[in-house]
Design a protein around this ligand. Structure first.
Ligand SMILES: Cc1cc2nc3c(=O)[nH]c(=O)nc-3n(C[C@H](O)[C@H](O)[C@H](O)COP(=O)(O)OP(=O)(O)OC[C@H]3O[C@@H](n4cnc5c(N)ncnc54)[C@H](O)[C@@H]3O)c2cc1C
Length: 543
């Protein structure tokens, strides 16, 4: 520069080990039985924390996917073209089993190791995580139909990413999408109008549309359609028909989204698309909900990862940037903000991996499955809802440098609200919690047991739980109070886990700042809160 030296600017946070630098994550993984995966996770943390992966993430988002409806000669091809960096991200995720590990690795804790990889990968690039998570989540739903599972599970769990638009039997691995939402309704899938017409051979032809179909280059899609006026069923729609013809699933256009830009979300039309049913006739919601339940746990893990990323950027910035003659990290008010954010991330991470543990155990233990069922809804609501606030506050820690497109914060900020909107928007999830309470007494009992397990550890926690019990008494007004109730259930759940697993200063700070006093902004931890401990544990280069 001719006129001045460039000073007091913060170097990029790159070439760091995202796993090695995350004490809360390492503890959560160990608690969920994944300690045996440490070497793998350290290596993965180093890989995805590299400047090279960050560059792939930037390029995959700045060069948005484009729709190629027709080829040069006018044939309909229904293809989406991605930047090579998108493919590099997909190949990395699939190569490390983010879409499949718990289904192929029988070790107890595989679900936790895989969730940790998702948590880490989200911090690099979240958009490509959509087809990865849908592929992962499709497996329990596909198992409803053993003949289809036999054909598709080996392809869906294979790890050699293959982006070619070819019939599945010519590919090294296949990915799975999900198409439920229609123009007239997404939350209320019973309002679907797509029809499935049965053929003489027992297969179906689908006629209708879907308003959101992310990752339309997947090889197969699970979708909902009515086969009679009152039988909404789940169907598998392959990109190519069994006789090797392109299926009549026509891409109409790609969504122009505010974020999640690397991920091609599309509108599609089924024009006599070939399909086979998955599961029983009329049980479509029941079948696809298995998939939704697994995408919801991924939303919780991913939102925790998004918050963790914002926090890392904020701490890194504060560690380098001096204001009024002192580094921000040394200034008491900034310490309070960072520590408060770190506490949010600690609690979100602990809750996410507690649920991952319940998912694992739920395969053989009904009680754990019941807890996973209701706990996932509670956490999906609360953790995903917190992410935009956390990211915004982290952005403000960077001052004006956080509010420019060149910084990754812009991408993070646009991505942050999505997990709350899809896979059950906030209100819908809270109503789902009420529904589970009403119809599934075993789920409520499992949740209560989890909460009561921490009783007696802190009188303020006991008082909070007692207050919560009272709030459930007035059944007539439950619906209008659902957000408040589920938020309080989530806070109690987080406190219960921290009190039992940490039991020290972090749990104490959580109870004091979330259950007793509660403020609308971050940086409001009470005097005496362990700010240094929280920041030190969260420091991406030191923890
Ligand atoms: C980027 C992106 C990608 C997506 N990808 C896919 C995909 O691949 N496949 C797919 O099937 N869908 C996908 N979706 C769609 C998504 O799942 C839906 O948008 C979501 O389920 C909400 O449905 P809706 O948009 O129709 O909103 P609506 O159902 O109209 O809901 C609007 C609002 O009303 C609230 N609400 C609904 N019912 C009630 C009630 N009874 N009481 C109070 N409030 C209520 C909801 O919480 C929401 O806030 C995607 C969405 C986005 C944004």
């Amino acid at each position: 520069m001719k006129t001045h030296e460039v000073e007091n600017q913060v170097p990029p946070l790159a070439d760091v080990n995202l796993y090695g630098g995350d004490a809360a994550l390492r503890e959560a993984v160990a608690g969920a039985g994944g300690a045996w995966g440490t070497d793998d996770l350290e290596a993965f943390g180093q890989l995805v924390g590299s400047a090279e992966m960050q560059e792939h993430a930037r390029l995959a988002n700045e060069n948005r996917p484009t729709l190629q409806v027709f080829d040069r000669l006018g044939h309909r091809i229904n293809a989406v073209e991605f930047h090579p960096s998108y493919h590099a991200l997909m190949a990395t995720s699939m190569g490390h089993g983010l879409h499949s590990q718990p289904w192929t690795d029988e070790r107890q804790g595989a679900m936790a190791v895989r969730a940790a990889k998702s948590f880490l990968m989200t911090q690099v690039e979240a958009g490509h995580g959509c087809p990865i998570t849908m592929t992962f989540a499709s497996v329990p739903a596909l198992k409803h139909q053993p003949d289809l599972a036999e054909i598709w599970l080996p392809r869906v769990t294979a790890t050699e990413y293959d982006p070619r638009n070819l019939p599945a039997d010519q590919k090294t691995a296949c990915t799975v999408g999900m198409a439920m939402t229609e123009k007239q309704g997404g939350s209320d899938v019973r309002a679907n109008t797509t029809r499935a017409h049965v053929q003489d051979d027992g297969t179906f032809r689908l006629v209708g549309h879907k308003w959101f179909c992310s990752a339309p280059m997947c090889d197969i899609f699970l979708t909902l359609a009515y086969e009679t006026d009152d039988q909404l069923s789940c169907f598998l729609v392959p990109r190519w028909t069994p006789d090797g013809q392109p299926n009549a699933m026509n891409l109409q256009r790609l969504k122009d989204k505010i974020g999640d830009r690397s991920n091609a979300s599309s509108e599609i039309e089924y024009d006599q698309a070939w399909a086979v049913r998955v599961g029983e006739a009329g049980r479509g919601v029941r079948t696809i909900i298995e998939m939704v339940q697994h995408t919801r746990i991924d939303c919780i893990v991913a939102s925790s990862g998004i918050m963790r990323h914002g926090l890392s950027q904020a701490i890194h910035h504060a560690d380098h940037r001096a204001v009024f003659g002192k580094r921000l990290l040394e200034q008491p008010l900034m310490q309070n903000v960072l520590a408060d954010l770190a506490l949010e991330v600690e609690a979100a991470t602990a809750l996410a991996f507690r649920l991952v543990r319940a998912f694992q155990a739920g395969a053989t233990d009904e009680h754990a499955a019941s807890f996973a069922r209701i706990g996932t809804a509670v956490a999906k609501y609360y953790v995903c809802k917190r992410a935009p606030q956390v990211v915004y506050e982290a952005m403000e820690c960077l001052g004006g440098n956080g509010y420019v497109e060149e910084h990754v914060m812009a991408r993070l900020y646009r991505q942050a609200p999505l997990n709350s909107i899809w896979e059950g928007s906030g209100n819908v999830i809270c109503l789902d919690v009420l529904r589970a309470m009403g119809r599934e007494p075993e789920a409520m009992a499992a949740l209560r047991e989890e909460l009561v397990a921490a009783s007696g550890t802190d009188p303020r926690y006991d008082a909070f739980l007692a207050g919560l019990e009272v709030e459930f008494r007035d059944v007539a007004t439950l619906e209008s109070r659902a957000l408040r109730l589920v938020e309080r259930l989530a806070l109690a759940l987080q406190a219960s886990i921290l009190l039992r697993e940490d039991g020290g200063a972090i749990a104490e700070a959580f109870v004091a700042s979330r259950l007793v006093e509660r403020h609308g902004t971050y940086g409001t931890l009470p005097t005496g809160a362990p700010v240094e401990l929280l920041i030190e544990r969260a420091h991406p280069l030191r923890s």
